[in-house]
Each structure stands twice: as structure tokens, then as C-alpha cells.
Ligand binder design. Structure first.
Ligand code: SF4
Length: 717
């Protein structure tokens, strides 16, 4: 048996794994003791990866050959790769010619490797001539990106995991770290053992497993995050705990913000957030008096119609107290997906370009055009995830190419998304698994490789680039995502722009990565000092790591200089916004969504393993015991949960962690176990039958975390 070092394909912690194999079959997996993210540890998902690669599982679930449908609704039949790719190129070229480039939308995934992402981005913006490429990372980190850019000037998390060991106060807000990022929770527990003075504040409406471990739990009302942060800043000012010297030397815009937070005295903040004044005072004191305060945050802030403001208001607290750029201090967004960061680095989103360049910046567009050797890149911003599917539902987008993601289950407002998939003239689904709900809508299915077979790089939450290495050959006829994109790009170019065939010369992932690396020269994420060979020799590295650097940088902004025009960070003077859909008389419950400990996203991989159902075996909606009693329900009784967009039926369960008026439903469950329908009676499944399509106007990230719902007992015949 051989062990091949690689990276876990689940969450953005980016744990290193050692894959045990015989060259043909994967037989085991263990944590890589030399990987700086996890030092040998794995959570239950990572530790069972090898079981998802077992032959019996692969045979039942993998897409093993290209398949196409002659008519929607028919069973797909197998075709050879040449026919499949020629068919795809022909159909896309015809739509391109008839309806224009903007009639094509490409929707990719934070599960893709950086090299895959790079080719797709170039294909869409450099060949097709549109910016209509977006990614399911839009559902994950786009508010964090917008929050960083609005305040610190660049999409660059300033901290590292090693900061856990230096923090005296840890403010965990909008994150159930214990379940969503289990290995980081282990690391934080180690830090508190070694540093007994370390205090944890957890802000979360629910008493989660993370909140239960906190020294102070702030069970704020859903959506009241900005009011909480403004209220804390009010107290920091009142108690003389802001850092006037830091504010004067390194920031702009404090006066306007200070004026705004005058309106958030403790009594008012308590009213807005539902928190006790004493708890607000304690939190402000711990935040401001601590020698080093670290904030950890995730989807509770990001997946909101005011996600950018929530991120920016939290970062305000760090700037006002000078809690940034020092060991153990700073705002630290935790990445959901394994390579949401890498996708941003190559610009694989509707509003970005390569190496953190902005599409809206003419100089950046010109630089990318020069790097790619094309006359220009298109100027009109692309459609973001929800906009792309809405445009398809409205008939403006005619072709959808969906790669390594399952929008029929994972996007909000499932009824609209499924209408889009039905209405689109041509749908390509490029996938490893044949079992996702989206596969049913595909005219053409292209089999892709997956973990254990893929080769390339990913970047984790702390800006660390790790290699993903193959242990076994691709299953069946599956091909690598970058290779499928390269081949299809060349066939497409032959039909619409033959002079651009040369844009896609790639024969290895390393050749793509080198082109990406060279595009970062002089940028905030400069990695010109790195190579595959250096990653091989020295292991995973953090960016920036410019040419000549002895190592990547673990902490940003230590010098107080920020990547803005004047070198100063900017305070964000933002007002609290209401929830996109507040509870009312008709839909009186606040439905919150989140992760389970042992499942990942839509369960296309974790859902294959019986042992991962040991923690949570069946879907249920959690309700406060008082609400259960008020509705005349016993634990396990069926309820109908309805929003303005659809309804599902499932068991209810009492949870002491929820106050009356709130409900919680995990995001993972889909077609296998939940049934429901939309307003027209069409079948729907899962939590996204209920969620709202509302999104943040800046980041365009949907408010997946909250919807107003009605809950009623189901009368069995
Ligand atoms: Fe994988 Fe995340 Fe678990 Fe680490 S914590 S093993 S990256 S799922």
C-alpha cells in the first residue's frame, strides 16, 4: 500500500489527508500529521472519505460515461466523448450566434480546484465574450469578500489559524464552529486549555453546540447583528476602550460611524437585539480590554440580505480598538467550501477578474486582456447565481452549463430554479455523481473526476494553498474538469472564434496554475514565489508569497497599511436593515437554517454512508418546547412547514436551544427524505422549497439563513 498526501474536499479548513491505496483502489485515509491546518486530525466526514470511494458506492452513484437525452423526460443514453463535446460545442455556438453571448450562463462550484476554475473563467470571459459565470461560492463567501473590500480594501482574511493560540477573547459570531468547522473547534479548545484566561463570546440566536461551550452566549434576535455590533461600539466608546491612536493613524471615516452609534445605547441595543444590557456590557468589556481579540465568523453573517453590512460592522469593531494585525487579533472569516478562496483568486465570479482584479476597473480589464492575449474582456457585469437562474426562468438565458454543483437542491426558491432548468433550451451538467436532483434536467451529462482522482490546488480559509493529488485513476470514462473545459473551449473556439483556440493550450494542471501564478505579480495575493515544486518540497504555503520571499505571510496589516488608495482602512457607516422577510401573522415563525455535524451540503457524498446518519438519522424541524405544546404536538409528529414559495412535510422535534417563535431546519436534506410542493402543486423537496431568493444588494449573496414560515400539524387520514 502507498500513501498519497492530498486535501479533504469538504470544508474550507483544508485539512491535509493521507490517502492509502494500491494504485487502483483507495483503502484508507488518515489525517496528515505534517499539514499545518490539522496536524493529523480529521473530523468524521474527513475520516470516512475512503468509504465514499469504495467500488460498491462508486458503481451506484458515479456518472461513468457521457450521456445525452434526445428529449427532456426521456432516459439519457451513453455517447462517446467526441460526440458529447461536439454536440455541446454545436449547441452552444448556435445559441451564441442566434441570441448572443449573454444568453449562455455557466454556474460552477467552490468544490472545483483552482486550475479548473481558471479555465472556466477564461472560457467565459476570454472566449464566449460574456461575464455570465458565477459559482455556488456566491452562497458562501461573497458577503465576506464585499465586507473586507469595503473596509480593509482587499479580499484577504488577515489572520491565520495560529492566531487561535494567541487570542485572549474569541468572538464567534454567525458560526456554529463545533459542527461546521470541527477541526478548528478542536484547535480552539487546545488554545483555551493552554491559555485559561481566553474567553469565548458566541453570538447566535440558537444555543448551538458552540454556544453551549461559550463563557458568554449572546442569543440575539435573528438579523439583529448590525445593531449588536453598533451597540458594542457605543459601549467601547463610552468605556474609553477604543484606540484613538490607531484610528487616527490608520483609518478614515470614524467620525460618521461614531455619530451613528450614538443612537445605540445599551437600552436601545437591548431592545433591538433582545439581549440583556449586562451581557452587552460584559461583551464590550471583554472585546475592548482583551490584549488580543479574534473574531471568527461565517454564514450567519454572510447568508443575509444585508450580509456585506454585517461583515463591515463587525470589522468596524476591530478597527476602532486596533484589534488587527497583531498575534491573536483580527476579523477572520471562515470559508465554507474547500476552494471558495481559490475561485476568488482566479476571478471565477460574475464581478471579478483574475488575481483579485475588479471587472468594474478599466485598467484591470485591460491588464487581463493583455495577459490573455485578447483585444478586451467584456465590460457588463455578469449575472450572479440567483440572477442567472432568474434570467433562465424568464427566458433570457437559453443555455446553462452547470459544473460540480446541484442548484435544483441548493439554491433558494427551488420552484423558480426548477422553472429555469425546465425552460432553458440546453442544459449541460458536468458532475461526478449521477444522483443529484439537477442531473434530471440535463440534456447532456459530462462525467467528471472527483476526490482521490483529481490533481491541482485549493486555498483554505487562512490563505494557504495545498496540493490535491490523485491516488487512483478516474472512474469509468470520467475526465478532469479543467480537461473537459479545455477540450470544449477548443471545439467551441473552432466554431465561433478560431483565432482563440490558442488561448487553451493546457495539457496539465501545472501549466494552468503557472499561468494563474504569473497573473498575480504585484497583486495583493502575489504568489510568484511559489511553484508546484516548492509546494512539493515545502508543503502548503500561504499567500502572499512574492518572488524571493522566504515564506508566505501568516498575518496581514501588521504595519497598519491597508491596500486602499490612501493606505488607510475605512470605517463602514452602515445602518441596520430589517430581515428580508420578517415573520407576520400569516407566516409567524423565523425559520433558521444551518449545518449538521456529519453531513456536507446536499449529501451527494456524505449521504452515501450509513455511519454518517448515526448522529442525525432523519430530517426534522426543531421547535421550542413551548411552541410544540402550543401547536398540540408531540415530539415526532408530522408538521406542514409553509413559506410564500412552497411547503414541505416532516417531523417536528423539541429543542431547548431555540426560543419560542424560531424554528431550525438543516440545509442538507433533499429529495430522498422530504416531500412537498410549490404554489402550483409541483413537487419540491428540502429546505430550499421554503427559502427566499432575496439577496444582499452589494454581495448578491442570498438570505439562505432566514425565512418566515407557518407551521401546522398534519392531520393523518
Ligand atoms: Fe475535512 Fe473540514 Fe472535517 Fe477537516 S474539518 S476533515 S477539512 S470536513
Amino acid at each position: 500500500m502507498t500513501e498519497t498526501p492530498s486535501t479533504c474536499p469538504y470544508c474550507g479548513i483544508g485539512c491535509g489527508v493521507l490517502i492509502e491505496h494500491d494504485g487502483q483502489r483507495i483503502t484508507g485515509v488518515r489525517g496528515d500529521p505534517d499539514h499545518p491546518a490539522n496536524a493529523g486530525r480529521l473530523c468524521t466526514k474527513g475520516a470516512t472519505l475512503h468509504l465514499t470511494a469504495a467500488d460498491s458506492v462508486q458503481r451506484q452513484t458515479r456518472l461513468l460515461a457521457p450521456m445525452q437525452r434526445t428529449r427532456r423526460g426521456n432516459a439519457p443514453h451513453t455517447v462517446d466523448w467526441d460526440s458529447a463535446l461536439d454536440n455541446a460545442a454545436e449547441r452552444l455556438a448556435a445559441i451564441h450566434q442566434r441570441d448572443g453571448a449573454d444568453a449562455i450562463g455557466v454556474y460552477v462550484s467552490g468544490q472545483l480546484l483552482t486550475e479548473d476554475y481558471y479555465v472556466f473563467n477564461k472560457l467565459v470571459k476570454g472566449l464566449l465574450g460574456t461575464n455570465h459565470i458565477d459559482t455556488n461560492s456566491r452562497l458562501c463567501m461573497s458577503s465576506a469578500v464585499a465586507g473586507y473590500k469595503a473596509t480593509l480594501g482587499a479580499d484577504a482574511p488577515p489572520c491565520s489559524y495560529e492566531d487561535f493560540a494567541h487570542a485572549d477573547t474569541v468572538f464567534i459570531t454567525g458560526s456554529n464552529l463545533a459542527w461546521a468547522h470541527p477541526i478548528l473547534m478542536r484547535r480552539l479548545e487546545d488554545a483555551r486549555r493552554a491559555r485559561p484566561q481566553q474567553k469565548w463570546i458566541v453570538a447566535d440566536p440558537r444555543r448551538t453546540e458552540t454556544a453551549a461551550l461559550a463563557d458568554l452566549h449572546l442569543a440575539l434576535k435573528p438579523g439583529s447583528d448590525v445593531a449588536l455590533y453598533h451597540g458594542l461600539l457605543h459601549l467601547l466608546l463610552a468605556q474609553g476602550l477604543t484606540d484613538a491612536a490607531y484610528i487616527a493613524a490608520h483609518t478614515t471615516g470614524f467620525e460618521a460611524l461614531a455619530e451613528r452609534v450614538r443612537a445605540f445605547p445599551p437600552a436601545e441595543t437591548a431592545r433591538l437585539t433582545g439581549l440583556a444590557e449586562a451581557d452587552l456590557r460584559t461583551a464590550a468589556r471583554w472585546f475592548g480590554e482583551s490584549p488580543a481579540t479574534l473574531s471568527l465568523y461565517c454564514q450567519g453573517l454572510n447568508q443575509s440580505a444585508s450580509g456585506t453590512d454585517k461583515n463591515a460592522a463587525l470589522i468596524n469593531l476591530h478597527l476602532a480598538t486596533g484589534q488587527i494585525g497583531r498575534p491573536g487579533a483580527g476579523p477572520f472569516s471562515l470559508t465554507g467550501q474547500p476552494n471558495a478562496m481559490g475561485g476568488r483568486e482566479v476571478g471565477g465570479l460574475a464581478n471579478l477578474l483574475s488575481a483579485h482584479r475588479d471587472l468594474a476597473n478599466p485598467a484591470h480589464r485591460a491588464e487581463v486582456a493583455r495577459l490573455w492575449g485578447v483585444p478586451s474582456v467584456p465590460t457588463t457585469p455578469g449575472r450572479t447565481a440567483m440572477e442567472m437562474f432568474q434570467a433562465a426562468a424568464d427566458g433570457a438565458v437559453k443555455a446553462l452549463w452547470i459544473v460540480c454543483t446541484n442548484p435544483a437542491q441548493s439554491l433558494p426558491d427551488q420552484a423558480m430554479v426548477r422553472r429555469a432548468l425546465e425552460r432553458a433550451e440546453f442544459v449541460i451538467v458536468q458532475e461526478a455523481f449521477a444522483t443529484t436532483a439537477t442531473c434530471a434536467y440535463a440534456d447532456l451529462l459530462l462525467p467528471a473526476t472527483t476526490w482521490g482522482e483529481k490533481n491541482g490546488t485549493v486555498t483554505n480559509s487562512e490563505r494557504r494553498i495545498s496540493r490535491v493529488r490523485p491516488a487512483v485513476p478516474p472512474a469509468g470514462q470520467a475526465r478532469h474538469d479543467w480537461a473537459i473545459a479545455t477540450d470544449l473551449a477548443r471545439r467551441l473556439a473552432a466554431r465561433i472564434a478560431p483565432e482563440r483556440i490558442a488561448l487553451f493550450p493546457y495539457t496539465t494542471p501545472e501549466s494552468i496554475w503557472n499561468e494563474h501564478r504569473d497573473s498575480t505579480r504585484g497583486r495583493d495575493l502575489d504568489i510568484t514565489g511559489l511553484s508546484y515544486a516548492r509546494l512539493e518540497a515545502q508543503g502548503p504555503q500561504q499567500w502572499p508569497c512574492p518572488e524571493g520571499a522566504a515564506a508566505g505571510r501568516s498575518r496581514l496589516y501588521a504595519d497598519g497599511v491597508f491596500p486602499t488608495a490612501d493606505g488607510r482602512a475605512r470605517f463602514a457607516d452602515v445602518a441596520p436593515s430589517p430581515l428580508a422577510e420578517a415573520p407576520d401573522a400569516e407566516y409567524p415563525f423565523s425559520l433558521l437554517t444551518g449545518r449538521l455535524r456529519d453531513q456536507w451540503h446536499g449529501m451527494s457524498r456524505t449521504g452515501l454512508l450509513g455511519r454518517l446518519y448515526g448522529h442525525e438519522g432523519l430530517p426534522a424541524i426543531d421547535l421550542a418546547p413551548a411552541d410544540l405544546a402550543r401547536l398540540g404536538l408531540q415530539d415526532g409528529d408530522l408538521v406542514r412547514v409553509a413559506s410564500r414559495r412552497g411547503a414541505i412535510v416532516l417531523p417536528a422535534r423539541a429543542s431547548e436551544g431555540l426560543p419560542p417563535g424560531q424554528a431550525f431546519l438543516p440545509m442538507h436534506w433533499g429529495q430522498e427524505v422530504l416531500s412537498g410542493q410549490d404554489a402550483q402543486g409541483q413537487p419540491l423537496t428540502g429546505v430550499n422549497a421554503l427559502t427566499t431568493p432575496a439577496f444582499c444588494p452589494t454581495s448578491k449573496q442570498p438570505e439562505l439563513k432566514h425565512a418566515a414560515v407557518a407551521i401546522a400539524p398534519v392531520q393523518l387520514p
